[in-house]
Each structure stands twice: as structure tokens, then as C-alpha cells.
Ligand binder design. Structure first.
Ligand code: FAD
Ligand code: E1W
Length: 458
């Protein structure tokens, strides 16, 4: 008998990593990727688009033996650099001891590295090939060559959908499974810009930080790249109350808006107008499905299963956790349908939790930073985190610096927030907090967080 044939749809971050793991298990793996092979031309001509890699995503890469290679070209971000409209920027470290940071990685280079590893493991990657229709009864997939529109029908045992938020496999599965998609579009969109290096090379703003310009109804962020550039992203409502994308019709109007809202950032972008005109305004949404798989024949991972808004920087990290879980469960279950069902049962509550936390973090990032009560709660949070290490861990830290399942981080975060609100009600200074009572409640009601451990043994 020939080994089961796995077709992975999409050679992005999740698809390429899934190909590495499945091919190493000896599976027959073919990846179909709609775009061209970005490795051919190299990245020198392309733009730098970066992503924050957190502990949980890095842990998956390390387990796959790829951690070192990724970190070599990553920039550590040790905290937030907050840029108020008037006044000096202030740096808020992510952790006191500097042990914890997130990493800015280049999306193209990371994808490149994963595709190389997939091919080295024996997976075949077919670029310019997109999934069209699927005949689930005959177990044949229509694969279209984007260059000449030629169509081939390819037999499969399992289809693995890593084809992103607009998943073609998800659409094909719709007719056969009650996926029940719910799409919640965000009324804010985004546009990417770039801060170039200084003329002699070197960074124009603090290198090892995630920069945030919170402005209440909208915000700007910037993440560092290794070459001295920063990728800047403006998040702004599409329409409605000013300012919004719809009412900014010309590059001159965009400059005037930045001059008012982000004058210091504008001064760092000599080619502002080119960037504004050259880059599209894109949309964001949360996608929830009732089911992620069709018996033993198809399963969705990453954005295809659970696209989220980017405000926690966790979409890729969550997708990597998905891939590790699917790989582990395919080994643990002889029956593929059981493995897919176990995967969905394990990951869906966690994906839903990070989707919610990502939405909440947008409000927090763009507004609360300026609120006195919010700052008092953050100060108490840091104080309690120090008094109860491994027990009272801020939600941001559980998500970014531990492998605590998202659903558990969400639940503990709710409890902790209620405590912070309670303990700071009616006071305006940390010294007024009744620490004895707060400590007692934490010890009585909040169990220590499980120590970090590797994935369950196989
Ligand atoms: P994708 O990376 O989208 O890959 C899908 C692949 O499938 C693509 O290569 C596509 O070409 C291919 N494809 C699509 N349709 C077909 C088809 N029919 N046939 C064949 N191939 C197809 N996450 C983080 O962890 N940290 C961050 O800091 C972060 N920042 C973000 C900032 C922004 C502005 C946005 C929008 C997202 C951000 N994310 C971040 C989320 C992250 O980009 C995604 O969660 C991640 O890329 C999901 O990986 P994926 O492989 O599921 O999908
Ligand atoms: C991270 C696009 C993006 C990516 C991110 C983050 C944010 C805000 C955004 C969340 C964060 C790294 N965040 N940062 N500081 N506090 N929360 O941690 O990835 Cl908008």
C-alpha cells in the first residue's frame, strides 16, 4: 500500500511548517501555493513586513529544530515605546528582569526558511498552483496552474487547509459540513508604511522596542527590521467619524493628518507620500467556524480556521501551535477522523479565546494607556506579579511569554482583572491598596500556573 497522500493547500507560515512536520513523519506531502516562489528573486527588492514572534510560536519552531535559525535574524523587542501626542516617548518594559521579550521577524524570510525545511524533509512544493473545487466523494481536488490556467484533478487521502483567511478549501468544505462561518469585520482597516534607516545606516528610533502612538480612536505602531528600517502600520476606521480612511483622499490630506496626529513619526518618513499611495488600505476581521474538519478527509488550520484581528500579535503564533497539535494528534490517533476531531476539540476553545483577547487588546492599545485608573491597575498588576511569581501572571505575559493555553489565560485574566478593579476602586495611589487582603485572595483562589513543560510525550 502506498502511504496516504496529504495535500496541503497554502504554503504560507502554517502550511510550510505543517509540511516540515508531516514529511518528517514519513508522510507523502504535496504543498500547493498560489503565489510564485518568493525565494527565487530574494527579498532585496521587496518590502520588509514583519511579525512579532512570541514564546509559544518560538517554542514550536524550537521543537522543530528551527529556533536558532529564526532567532539569528530576529530583533528582540523588550518593551513598548509609547509616543504621546505631546511630551517625550516613554518605554514600558515587557518584564522587569529583561528575560522576556518578543521577537520581530521578517515574514518573507521566515516563510523562506520553512519552505526550505519542508523540501529538505521531502515535501514537494508546487508554486503558482491554487486549489479550485473539491470532489469529496471521489477524493479528488482541482488544482489550477495560475500561469496557463491548466486544470489537473489530483487524488488525495487528506486535504489540509492552510490557505489563510480567504480559504478556498473552507469554501469547498461548506457544501459538505456544517461549518457555519461567522465573519465579524472590524470597522477599522490598516495601511503599512516604512521608516527607512539613517543615511549612514542605523535606526532612527529605539531599535529593540515595539513603538505605539495611541490616539484614542486609532493608532500607529512600528516594529523594527534587522536592516535598520521599521515597518509602520496605521490602524484607522474605514469611515464614519473623522479621521477615517474614506475621507483621506489624497497624499496631501494624509500628510496633513499625520502632521496633526503623528508629527514625530511623519518626520521619520521622508518618502511618506510614495508609501501612502503605493500601499493599499486593507481590511481586518474575526472568522469563527462551528467545525474545522470534514471527517477524515479535510481539516483547516491557522487563519483558514480562525482568522483574528492582529492586535495581540498572535495569529502566526496560534497557527504554529495548531500545526504542532495537529502533528501530535495525527501520531496519537490511528484513525484520521479521530485525530481531526481531537484537534478541533483541543484548539477551537483556545482560538476563540485569543480572538476575543485580540479584539480587547485593540481598545487597550489605542486608548487606555492614557487613563489614570487604567495606569493604577497596571501598576498594581506589576506589583502583584512580583509578589506572586508563577501565580499572578499578567494576561499579556501569559499570552506572550508562556505556553499557557489561551483559554486558560483568558479565564485567569478575567479573575485577575476583577481583582484589580476591586482593589483600586475609589483610590488613586498604589500605596492605598489593601495588599494584605489582596494577597490573601490570590493565595486562596488563584492556583499556581503550571510550570512550563515540553509538549506531552508521544
Ligand atoms: P497565511 O500566512 O495567510 O498563508 C496562506 C497561504 O495560502 C498564502 O501563501 C496564500 O498565497 C496561500 N493561498 C491562499 N489561497 C490559496 C489557494 N486557493 N490555493 C493555494 N494557496 C492559496 N501574527 C503574529 O503572530 N504576530 C504578529 O505580529 C502579527 N501581525 C500581523 C499584522 C497584520 C497587519 C496582520 C494582517 C496579521 C498579523 N498577524 C500576526 C497574523 C498572521 O499574519 C497570520 O495569522 C498568519 O499569517 C497565518 O498564517 P497562515 O499560514 O494560516 O495564513
Ligand atoms: C504584541 C500588529 C501588532 C502586533 C503585535 C502587537 C500589537 C499591539 C499589534 C500587542 C501588544 C506584538 N502586540 N504590544 N504591547 N502590548 N500589547 O505584543 O505583536 Cl497592533
Amino acid at each position: 500500500m502506498s502511504p496516504p497522500r496529504h495535500l496541503i493547500i497554502g504554503g504560507g507560515l502554517a502550511g510550510a511548517l505543517l509540511a516540515v512536520l508531516l514529511a518528517r513523519r514519513g508522510h507523502r506531502v504535496d504543498v500547493f501555493e498560489r503565489r510564485a516562489d518568493q525565494r527565487v528573486r530574494g527579498y532585496e527588492g521587496g518590502r520588509s513586513i514583519n511579525l512579532a514572534l512570541a514564546r509559544r510560536g518560538l517554542a514550536v519552531l524550537q521543537d522543530a529544530g528551527l529556533g536558532e535559525a529564526v532567532l539569528q535574524r530576529a530583533v528582540p523587542m523588550r518593551g513598548r515605546q509609547v509616543h504621546p501626542l505631546d511630551g517625550e516617548p516613554s518605554f514600558l518594559p515587557y518584564s522587569r528582569n529583561d528575560a522576556e521579550c518578543i521577537w520581530s521577524v521578517h515574514r518573507g524570510r521566515l516563510n523562506h526558511l520553512l519552505l526550505d525545511a519542508a523540501e529538505a524533509a521531502g515535501a514537494r512544493v508546487h508554486f503558482h498552483h491554487r486549489l479550485g473545487l473539491v470532489d469529496f466523494d471521489a477524493r479528488r481536488a482541482e488544482i489550477i496552474d495560475e500561469r496557463d490556467r491548466r486544470v489537473r484533478w489530483i487524488d488525495f487521502d487528506a486535504l489540509l487547509g492552510a490557505d489563510g483567511a480567504g480559504s478556498a478549501l473552507r469554501n469547498a468544505m461548506q457544501g459538505h459540513a456544517d461549518l457555519h462561518p461567522e465573519i465579524a469585520p472590524l470597522d477599522h482597516g490598516y495601511k503599512e508604511l516604512e521608516i527607512p534607516p539613517l543615511p549612514g545606516g542605523g535606526f532612527r528610533i529605539e531599535r529593540e522596542a515595539l513603538h505605539i502612538w495611541p490616539r484614542g480612536g486609532y493608532m500607529l505602531i512600528a516594529l523594527p527590521n534587522t536592516e535598520g528600517t521599521f515597518t509602520v502600520t496605521l490602524f484607522l476606521p474605514h469611515k464614519g467619524r473623522m479621521p477615517n480612511f474614506e475621507d483621506i483622499e489624497t497624499a496631501a490630506q494624509a500628510r496633513a493628518f499625520f502632521q496633526q496626529a503623528f508629527p514625530d513619526a511623519l518626520a521619520l518618513m521622508p518618502a511618506f507620500e510614495e508609501g501612502w499611495i503605493g500601499h493599499p488600505t486593507s481590511s481586518l476581521a474575526t472568522l469563527r467556524l462551528r467545525h474545522w474538519h470534514l471527517d477524515h478527509r479535510a481539516v483547516l488550520v491557522g487563519d483558514a480556521a480562525h482568522a483574528m484581528v492582529p492586535f495581540h500579535g498572535q495569529g502566526m503564533n496560534c497557527a504554529f501551535e495548531d500545526v504542532a497539535a495537529l502533528d501530535r494528534l495525527l501520531v496519537a490517533h490511528d484513525d484520521r477522523a479521530e485525530a481531526f476531531a481531537a484537534f478541533e476539540a483541543e484548539r477551537k476553545p483556545n482560538a476563540e479565546a485569543i480572538q476575543t483577547m485580540a479584539l480587547e487588546n485593540y481598545v487597550e492599545m489605542r486608548t487606555s494607556v492614557d487613563d489614570a485608573q487604567w495606569r493604577l491597575q497596571r501598576a498594581l498588576e506589576l506589583c502583584l506579579a512580583e509578589r506572586h511569581p508563577g501565580r499572578f501572571v499578567p494576561r499579556y505575559s501569559m499570552v506572550s511569554f508562556t505556553r499557557t493555553p489561551y483559554a486558560l489565560a483568558f479565564e485567569r485574566g478575567q479573575w485577575q482583572r476583577a481583582l484589580l478593579v476591586d482593589a483600586t476602586r475609589g483610590i488613586d495611589d498604589l500605596a492605598q491598596v489593601d495588599l494584605a487582603t489582596v494577597d490573601a485572595r490570590i493565595i486562596a483562589e488563584l492556583a499556581p500556573l503550571a510550570a512550563e513543560s515540553p509538549e506531552p510525550p508521544l
